[in-house]
Ligand binder design. Sequence first.
Ligand code: HEC
Length: 103
Amino acid sequence: MKNLTVVLFFVGSHIAVPCHAGASDGGAATYRMVCASCHEVAAVGAPGLDDRAEWRYRLAQGMDKLYASVREGRCTVYVKELRKDLSDDVIRMAIDYMVSEIR
Ligand code: HEC
């Protein structure tokens, strides 16, 4: 559990800035403010957006599976615990944005 503490500290220090991620930004702002701290640089085992091979098999599950696994998986544990203000819809839009940015 020591690793989790480090991760939570890491994330907390990145996303504790005031921001206004909301339903109107199409997911991009949410991604930048909440998700990028792990996914842009592939931190703590998160698939980075520059890792096409990693995403290929995740995307092969289909988007519905992806939405569902993010709601239940390791990723969401962090996101939901630290950002309880984010609705499922907002997270879904951030996922759509992420998928469109995979390179
Ligand atoms: C604390 C770091 C962290 C943050 C912040 C984070 N993620 Fe993740 N994410 C992860 C990790 C770790 C995994 C890999 C989980 C696994 O493979 O079990 C992951 C996996 C994913 C996946 C792939 C799920 C799958 O089934 O393959 C998606 C999509 C995703 N994250 C979206 C997001 C979105 C959208 C946000 C912002 C709202 C976000 N993540 C924020 C750590 C994070």
